[in-house]
Design a protein around this ligand. Structure first.
Ligand SMILES: Nc1ncnc2c1ncn2[C@@H]1O[C@H](COP(=O)(O)OP(=O)(O)OP(=O)(O)O)[C@@H](O)[C@H]1O
Ligand SMILES: [Mg+2]
Length: 486
């Protein structure tokens, strides 16, 4: 079918010691021609549903010999087929074509393999040519929350809060770079030496960041935050002991009574997840506008407008920042504004929105404690060059934010809500806060898991009591606070 289909025996089985290498002489991976040609019509991902997830440990067992054989067969395949024509086929036919040819090559070259090994090899090669190569089995797994590739030989994953190294590896940095290119070309971007940093999104919604050499010194570095189809709910967080049932109830009331909420936490601590949980308490008739760098939130309400920032184009123009989005929001008659992550001048606009009738707005911020989150807000506004005295900024913060919820990933990998803290107001120059719930670490069990508990601080009438009463929720609030104290 592809004209070149003559299997020559010029590629002899590589010696075991031969490390996987770039298949073409000019050092460029042959697949790159495929990916570049198909940049406008990127090859669709192989239907993941067809294959069962292969666990990382399985890949760990693959020997040098396996990779050597794979390189040999891959090279013979590249010599045999015309990749540009292959890119024009639909994925299923292309995969069938590749399978036919590879099976033929295996028999011609007399490679000794069990049926299972052969099936694994066929899948690997299909993934390489049509999909995201060695990443495919990891992308197919639902239990992985992050995939971190630090160059061709070091692939880490986070499972159940723990980071572990997998045996997955790429042929070389060239192959890894091609896969990065293929991923970012799907959203119309490119990554190379001249623009080595790129954010993108996979078809399934997973958030991707690529940073390439010369900025990353040991090869292209790819970080994927896997998209969870079934987003966690507050009930799930209770099941995971991230919060008590009473604490979750109080959070629900905070969301429903339109408190302005700041969710604070470190990287990967569960901020976005928590924000998503809190949005479940928004009434269906409220008009909500979300602003994110990469759309991760999944609001279930019918009246939601989703906005996303945009990086500059190749000429360095056309950038739309979070500040632009939040400013524009205000002209869109929002009832609530949700900011995926507050990290710059948009803090000012968000606080203004919170202060001017958009109650129930929410955002996340990188900080290690509620106190720190408030001072980070202050410094973001100071650095925005608005020329406001620090007391005015603090008054603005104290007047806008009602509650700070702190998320943390503990050293055993578990994620907890460590503080639910109210902002009460100002005393002199200082913002006064009051904790409602705190997580206390007591020690560690024999398996290294953290032992601790959530405590109520005994506040019977939080500051948002009147709000809760306004929305008819004070009875529920009193019950939840009483139960928490008991
Ligand atoms: N309470 C929890 N228990 C278990 N897993 C959780 C919990 N909260 C979040 N996760 C998982 O942790 C991962 C990271 O969560 P999330 O994206 O919410 O973190 P984040 O703080 O927003 O990260 P980033 O700083 O990168 O934006 C996700 O896979 C999510 O499903
Ligand atoms: Mg996040």
């Amino acid at each position: 079918m592809f004209g070149k289909r003559v299997v020559t025996d010029k590629v002899s089985p590589a010696p075991v010691a031969a490390a996987p290498k770039a298949p073409s002489e000019n050092g460029e991976d042959v697949v790159s021609s495929n990916s570049q040609k198909s940049a406008t019509t990127p090859p669709a991902k192989i239907a993941q549903s067809k294959k069962k997830p292969v666990i990382a440990e399985e890949n760990t067992k693959r020997s040098e010999e396996y990779y050597a054989i794979k390189t040999t067969i891959f090279n013979a395949l590249i010599d045999t087929i015309d990749l540009s024509q292959l890119a024009q086929l639909d994925t299923t036919s292309a995969a069938e074509e590749i399978r036919d040819i590879v099976t033929e090559i295996i028999s011609i070259k007399n490679v000794v393999m069990s049926i299972a090994e052969q099936e694994g090899l066929l899948q690997d090669i299909c993934d390489d040519v049509l999909g995201f190569g060695p990443l495919e089995p990891l992308l197919a797994r639902d239990d992985i929350s992050d995939i971190m590739v630090n160059g061709a030989d070091a692939v880490f994953i986070e499972v159940n809060g723990k980071v572990e190294k997998t045996g997955v590896r790429f042929r070389d940095n060239g192959q890894l770079m091609n896969i990065c290119q293929r991923i970012v070309s799907q959203v119309g971007r490119r990554v190379d030496e001249s623009s080595p940093i790129c954010d993108a999104r996979l078809m399934d919604g997973s958030r991707v960041n690529v940073i390439a050499p010369p900025l990353s010194l040991d090869g292209p570095t790819l970080t994927i935050r896997k998209f969870k189809k079934d987003k966690l709910t507050l009930d799930d967080l209770v099941k995971f002991n991230s919060i008590t049932p009473e604490g979750a109830k109080v959070l629900g009331i905070i969301g429903a009574s339109r408190c302005n909420v700041l969710i604070s936490g470190g990287t990967g601590s569960g901020k976005t997840t928590l924000l998503n949980c809190m949005t479940a308490y928004i009434e269906p008739d409220e008009r909500v506008i979300t602003c994110e760098d990469a759309a991760e939130l999944q609001l279930q309400q019918p009246h939601v407008v989703r906005l996303e920032t945009r990086p500059p184009n190749l000429e360095g123009t056309g950038m739309i920042t979070m500040t632009d989005l939040v400013k524009n929001c205000l002209r869109m008659r929002p009832e609530r504004i949700i900011v995926g992550e507050v990290r710059g001048h948009e803090a000012f606009d968000l606080l203004q929105a919170m202060n001017t009738g958009h109650d129930g707005s929410m955002g996340t911020i990188h900080a290690n404690s509620p106190r720190e989150s408030l001072s980070r807000l202050e410094s973001m506004i100071t650095m925005g060059g608005f020329g406001l005295p620090s007391r005015t900024i603090r008054e603005m913060i104290a007047g806008s934010i009602d509650v700070v919820i702190q998320a943390a990933r503990l050293r055993d990998g578990s994620r907890k809500i460590t503080h639910v803290t109210e902002v009460l107001g100002m005393e002199g120059e200082v913002i006064i806060t009051q904790d409602i719930f705190l997580y206390e670490i007591k020690g560690e069990d024999e398996n290294g898991n953290i032992v601790g508990q959530h405590n109520s601080t005994g506040i019977a009438r939080p500051n948002f009591w009147d709000r809760a009463r306004y929305y008819g929720l004070e009875g529920e609030l009193a019950l939840a606070l009483d139960a928490a104290e008991a």
